[in-house]
Design a protein around this ligand. Structure first.
Ligand SMILES: [Zn+2]
Length: 384
């Protein structure tokens, strides 16, 4: 499947932290179509390209998160929602408080026959149709936004005024009101490139390198890697495994839009594994020589933190790759703005990841490097 149509399918799914079920369902239907194996862990992360967690040890694992900053409705009725014109919600993930106030938003109101997140995780509710577009869209405006001490201050409390009264149910969630997918020249404009672009790159890589690549699609990254940490705590991801975090990350002077995927040396919180990052660099160099039109960048992208840092702290050998993103987290110059990535950067990222998966060797890179420089020493030490 080509990258742009795949992006259109994935980007059309709404998402927010803890509310990833529509993205999850679409990823699963792509994997089923392509007969790529997958399973879920207890936290609802999706592991693909392998049948068991143990198989992850011999593969390079691409990690992308399924969420994007957004909100969960908190005033919905349980069984029978009451009709109302004002709803309360909790915003999760990065935002500019000033830009939240007065912003236009959409609530995705799952239609009641759809299985709940819990049911999907448990594997029940399978007799009902797979979740696809089983939601209605309800439009409104944020009339109040205030920080709270809830969850250690990680939540913004919202009051949303709806255009017309509606029955909002307990699984409702939402985000800024932008088109899901629009392609203008090389630009892809979307409400949630971070990190649905990573999801698309990982899916494309699984298709291109069957039996070689593995991927983990995680939940609730935007509130501090919660899904990723669950995979680490539960032992799905183990020390010594090799992981590349895939992200759409803020454009920087050293990471320019449209000039190719960026091999990350680190993120805002830490530097990545030197050996794995070097292997990635060598792969990109070879590819740039062999494949016409392939370009890449290599930089420290310290605009945000990534799951690579979390994984590294648990002993996973981790590095990262990103496509430069304009209007990161929908923060615009004055008001909320649509996120923009380059189709060419995303295509380049997929090409790179497929080559990395193909040539990947789980070696000790520092050992290799030591042997190489020791050769120098043996040859030249007599001149000391
Ligand atoms: Zn983000």
């Amino acid at each position: 499947m080509k990258t742009v149509p795949l992006a259109q399918r994935i980007f059309s799914q709404p998402t927010a932290p803890f509310c990833e079920k529509f993205v999850l369902a679409e990823i699963k239907s792509v994997l089923r179509e392509k007969r790529i194996p997958f399973f879920e862990d207890r936290a609802g992360n999706l592991i693909a390209g392998v049948r068991r967690a143990q198989e992850l040890r011999s593969r390079i694992i691409f990690m992308a998160h399924m969420d994007h900053p957004g909100f969960r409705v908190t005033t919905a009725g349980r069984r029978r929602p009451r009709e109302s014109q004002v709803v309360q919600a909790h915003w999760f993930g990065g935002c500019d408080l000033k830009q939240l106030k007065g912003a236009r938003v959409v609530i995705y109101n799952p239609i009641s026959t759809a299985p709940t997140t819990q049911e999907i995780r448990r594997g029940s509710g399978k007799d009902r149709p797979e979740l696809g577009r089983d939601f209605e869209e309800i439009r409104g405006t944020i009339s109040k936004a205030a920080r709270t001490s809830l969850y250690g201050g990680r939540v913004v409390k919202l009051t949303i005024s709806l255009r017309r009264p509606a029955q909002v149910n307990e699984e409702a969630f939402g985000g800024f009101d932008f088109v899901p997918f629009q392609k203008v020249g090389d630009q892809i404009r979307t409400r949630a490139a971070d990190d649905l672009a990573g999801v698309v790159i990982a899916l494309g890589t699984l298709m291109d390198q069957r039996g070689k690549a593995a991927a983990i699609f995680t939940r609730a990254e935007e509130v501090g890697f919660v899904g990723c940490l669950a995979a680490l705590e539960e032992g799905v991801l183990k020390p010594g495994m090799h992981l590349v975090s895939l992200e759409a990350s803020r454009v920087l002077p050293q990471a320019r839009f449209g000039e190719g995927p960026v091999l990350r040396i680190g993120d805002r919180s830490s530097l990545f594994d030197s050996g794995l990052s070097t292997q990635m660099w060598q792969t990109a160099e070879r590819l740039a020589k062999r494949k016409r039109g392939f370009t890449y960048q290599r930089a420290l992208m310290d605009g945000g933190s990534t799951e690579a840092t979390a994984a590294k702290l648990y002993g996973v050998i981790a590095s990262g790759l990103a496509v430069p993103l304009k209007n990161y987290h929908n923060i615009g110059a004055k008001r909320a703005a649509i996120e923009i990535i380059s189709a060419r950067d995303m295509e380049g990222a997929r090409t790179f990841c497929a080559h990395l998966a193909k040539s990947f060797r789980p070696l000790d890179f520092d050992d290799e490097l030591r042997i190489r420089i020791q050769k120098n020493y043996k040859l030249l030490k007599e001149l000391l």
